[in-house]
Design a protein around this ligand. Structure first.
Ligand SMILES: O=P(O)(O)OC[C@H]1O[C@H](OP(=O)(O)O)[C@H](O)[C@@H]1O
Length: 321
């Protein structure tokens, strides 16, 4: 497969051809490696400026999944050297390590999450999350029989991806529209979802509809497991920043012909919502499972306080275009 340029990757993240918090992080890191390989920078300063510009282009695509800036930060921390060649190899090596870590974190998380699932359990899913599916994959690999209610997940219907992948694991699937979730929760042992960002107070930022599902699940007494590797921990929330919720175009919600008929109304299309920690039973990471209120300790240990982004322009700007 030819290497994707930063521009192509950014475009595909924005249009959601590349989607899912971990997949976005992977693609962004790979795009930085491609940028480094193909750089024609004459000196280290120009190389670094090119990398900063590339990172800014990638980070500006979608605001909510912190895995994207966390991936870029990881690569910038590994970038070192006094020559362009040395800088380039350091980026490539760092990206290779990052990609390997991403996979092994997902697998470890999967094994930990699988311990919460018992033979014969029925789960309910929302959207499509590689981390959430890893827990089911590991449970099935351990010989447990799992069945699933899969929520369609309007407006983009990522539930269909989940349904297909669960079927490929041999999990019997019942697909339901989002509005049917409450109706079926009585038959469900666990709600299993992923996350795009986890805030310092243990709030979970995930696909729109997660918070409503969590309220329903609480009402029914159904436990909610959030599967999120530590790349989803949002260090900015340690210093009081809030997580920006992406608003997407109205044409994802309503077809142009329908729009004509409806007339002059506003259409809002928030991609994510915030589930408060009191509605979540456990956040499962590759470092173990945590009650949401205690995730802040892990966040401090792994990220400390992040004050600035390494791709912000130094004074004087990144002049090379
Ligand atoms: O990293 P993994 O677990 O694959 O996905 C995490 C989350 O990313 C997705 O967002 P979108 O579909 O990109 O808007 C969903 O909200 C999903 O729960």
């Amino acid at each position: 497969m030819p290497t994707q340029t930063v521009e192509e990757t950014a475009e595909e993240i924005a249009t959601m051809e590349i989607r899912g918090a971990a997949t976005i992080a992977r693609a962004a890191a790979e795009a930085l490696a491609a940028q480094a390989r193909e750089s024609d920078a004459a000196d280290p300063a120009a190389f670094r400026a090119d990398m900063r510009r590339a990172a800014r282009r990638l980070v500006d695509t979608r605001p909510t999944a912190v895995s994207l800036p966390n991936a870029l930060r990881y690569v910038f921390e590994g970038m070192s050297g006094e020559t362009v060649d040395a800088l380039e190899s350091s980026v490539e090596e760092t990206v290779d390590t990052f990609l390997a870590d991403l996979e092994s974190a997902r697998d470890r998380l999967g094994r930990i999450g699988a311990n919460r699932l018992r033979d014969g359990d029925v789960i309910m899913t929302h959207c499509h999350s590689t981390d959430a599916l890893a827990t089911v994959r590991e449970a099935v690999a351990a010989g447990k029989h799992i069945e699933a209610y899969v929520k369609e997940t309007r407006p983009r219907k990522q539930g269909l991806i989940t349904a297909r992948q669960l079927r490929e694991m041999g999990v019997p699937v019942t697909l339901i529209v989002d509005n049917a979730a409450h109706r079926y929760l009585n038959d469900v042992d666990h709600v299993v979802v992923g996350a795009d960002s986890i805030a310092a107070d243990g709030s979970v930022i995930n696909k729109i509809g997660t918070s409503g599902l969590a309220v329903s699940a609480r009402d029914r007494g159904t436990p909610i497991m959030v599967a999120a590797q530590t790349l989803k921990l949002h260090p900015g929330t340690l210093t009081g920043h809030t997580v920006e919720i992406e608003m997407r175009e109205e044409d994802e919600v309503i077809e142009p012909e329908e729009r004509e008929e409806v007339g002059d109304v506003e259409v809002h299309n928030p991609a994510f919502d915030v589930t408060p920690p009191r509605h979540v039973d456990a956040i499962v990471t590759e470092r173990g499972q945590f009650p949401p209120e205690s995730i802040v300790t892990l966040m401090r240990e792994l990220y400390g306080e992040v004050d600035s982004d390494p791709w912000t322009e130094p004074s004087g700007g990144d002049s090379r275009r």
